[in-house]
Write a new protein. Structure first.
Length: 600
């Protein structure tokens, strides 16, 4: 071969090697007489559809997907109650199951998937026994109902779970007889359960390494050793361990065989999360300026999954004032610190140092507190503590100092569908803090409650009505005997948008002012999704500050309204609100607010 011919041959070879990738010209589904829902399931579960969507379209990929689809599509028919159906898959005219593996085509032009569903089967006999009292079998597992394969599996799971709820941890299916009568289009199912012995919780055995002490893991899990086995207790133990944040994965399973004394050991495997974390945040408004926050977190501070967090915040960074607010908070949480009483109870110790340079007062304070918080359910939590707070304040009533002994309590009921962007449900948070002034008069209590509700409607709940009610009251001391930090003010992003921050106060005369002993806040929003990522918002807020203890007496109102835009991100909506005053004489002009998350 001459050099020129060798070069030409090489060029042809390279062209073949680097030519265009194999492509699937046509994938067609033929489903005569099939309803739209089943047809959609056929296409959704098909391995061929997945291969086409992911552009895995070489001959080898298509043949492999087709061979998988014989089983996948038959199972799909079974799950819809069709047990006499047939599946045919041809690749360029050849049945896929007949293509020898050594003759797999390099490219594929047309694939035809034909599914004939056949007659629908109903249950004839549908029996599972013995079943435990109060077992909740699926409604579809009954004579005359459509014989869906998934319902059979659900009935088996329900039967086993019914016995497990009574302590029979090793309940299982001992026998199963399934008969399909094709002439009558009937499916007869008879399953026999073996409950096994009633067992108690044995030892919790750790089968993985962790930087969290074994004793702490057992205490946090809170499994009631010696009590009757309960699968709900197992789920609760996993939740407690997971919510500490000390572990990235938690697996809790039963030992294969019970102990001779009728107890069942539980095997715990965990994987530690990275112990340290640091974060940053920012929020800005045109009047209140820039607020910067940061935190440092240790998830296993003392080796017992203790959570130690330090937060720092600097706010009111603007050209509106030459003074800024700053705070530093350190908090240690010890999970299951009183596990003998309740493993869902966490102890906390907190230290807070702050300097507040607010429009109506200046205050420097330090506070020490300790207490417990308890999770009553997935939706309800509460806390009770003791605190000692010292503050030096300067306002229009003069320079004063306070030393308070406090008993902070709180109760939170959260039934929102999503914390960051709720579309339905409601939320209520109430703080009640009795206090005693150790250096003078002024004993009493402070109450603050924040209630929110959400109602979504329309396509995919794309329209949301959101409402908020805030109520506050200081009971006991007169205004001059109450530290300004415990009084109430209205205006700004957290109360009335469009009005200047803390602009509504109690007028003392001669230009002097202070916070009020009562507060009422009302907010409403209409949120409308626009496309997949954006949301438009119209809102209106109103606030009341009164001199008396009860809202609605002597006092003043102001209000604001505006429009907002949300951009949905993985960490919550990015919020931009523009608002102006609609009543009251506390502000004018337009205010801009930017932050993360919905306004409430």
């Amino acid at each position: 071969m001459t050099p020129r011919r060798r070069h030409a041959a090489l060029g042809i070879t390279l062209a073949l090697v680097t030519g265009p990738a194999a492509a699937l010209d046509d994938l067609e589904y033929s489903t005569p007489g099939m309803n739209e829902d089943l047809r959609a399931d056929i296409k959704a579960y098909s391995a061929l559809s997945a291969a086409e969507n992911e552009e895995r379209v070489t001959g080898q990929d298509i043949v492999a997907a087709a061979l998988s689809d014989y089983g996948i599509l038959i199972e799909t028919l079974y799950d819809a109650g069709y047990y006499g159906g047939t599946v045919s898959i041809t690749i360029d005219g050849r049945e896929a199951s007949d293509i020898p593996l050594l003759e797999t085509p390099g490219t594929v032009g047309k694939v035809l998937v034909r599914v004939d569903q056949g007659p629908r089967f109903d249950f004839g006999r549908a029996v599972i026994a013995p079943i435990a009292p109060e077992t909740d079998l699926p409604d579809g597992f009954a004579t005359g109902e459509v014989a869906r394969a998934g319902v059979v599996g659900d009935a088996a799971d329900a039967g086993i779970e019914g016995w497990r709820q009574l302590g029979h941890a090793k309940a299982e299916i001992a026998g199963e007889q399934v008969t399909a009568d094709h002439r009558a289009s009937r499916l007869d199912v008879a399953m026999t359960l073996a409950p096994g012995p009633r067992l108690t919780f044995g030892a919790l055995r750790s089968i993985s390494d962790s930087n969290v002490r074994n004793a702490a893991r057992r205490r946090i899990a809170g499994l009631p050793t010696g009590e009757v086995f309960d699968p709900d207790e197992v789920d609760d133990a996993v939740r407690r361990l997971t919510t500490t944040g000390a572990f990235s994965t938690v697996t809790l399973r039963e030992a294969e065989t019970p102990n001779a004394d009728g107890s069942l050991d539980m095997l715990l495997s965990v994987e530690d999360a990275k112990p340290r974390r640091i974060g940053f945040g920012a929020e800005v408004s045109s009047l209140e300026g820039l607020a910067l926050t940061t935190y440092w977190l240790h998830r296993n501070f003392l080796g017992g999954a203790e959570r130690f967090r330090v937060d720092a915040e600097v706010s009111d960074i603007s050209n509106q004032t030459d003074q800024i607010d700053a705070s530093l908070t350190a908090r240690l949480e010890i999970p299951a610190a009183v596990a003998i009483w309740d493993p869902d109870t966490t102890a906390y110790f907190q230290f807070e140092l702050s300097s507040e340079n607010e429009p109506a007062y200046l205050a420097n304070s330090v506070e020490l507190s300790a207490g417990i918080s308890r999770r009553f359910s997935d939706e309800l939590t509460g806390s009770l503590g003791l605190g000692l707070r010292y503050s030096e304040v300067d306002d229009d009533l003069g320079y004063r100092d306070f030393l308070l002994f406090t008993v902070p309590t709180s109760l939170t009921w959260d039934r929102r569908d999503d914390d960051l962007d709720p579309k339905s449900g409601w939320y209520a948070d109430t703080d009640f803090t009795p206090f005693v002034n150790l250096t003078g008069s002024g004993n009493g209590a402070r109450l603050y409650s924040d209630m929110r509700g959400y109602y979504g409607f329309g396509a995919d709940e794309g329209t949301v009505l959101a409402g908020r009610l805030q109520v506050g009251s200081v009971m006991g001391p007169e205004l001059e005997d109450t530290q300004p930090e415990y009084l109430f003010y209205s205006g700004g992003a957290g109360s009335v948008r469009g009005q200047p921050y803390q602009s509504l106060t109690v007028d003392l005369g001669d230009g002097d002012e202070t916070g009020g002993r009562s507060f009422l806040g009302l907010s409403g929003e209409l949120r409308q999704d626009v496309g997949d990522n954006f949301q438009m918002v119209a809102f209106a807020d109103a606030g009341f500050i009164g001199e008396g203890t009860a809202p609605g007496g002597d006092g003043d109102w102001h209000s604001g309204a505006g429009l907002g835009l949300r951009y949905k991100t993985g960490i919550g909506p990015l919020r931009v609100d523009v608002a102006g005053p609609t009543s009251g004489d506390t502000g004018k002009g337009v205010q801009l607010y930017i932050g993360i998350g919905q306004a409430f």
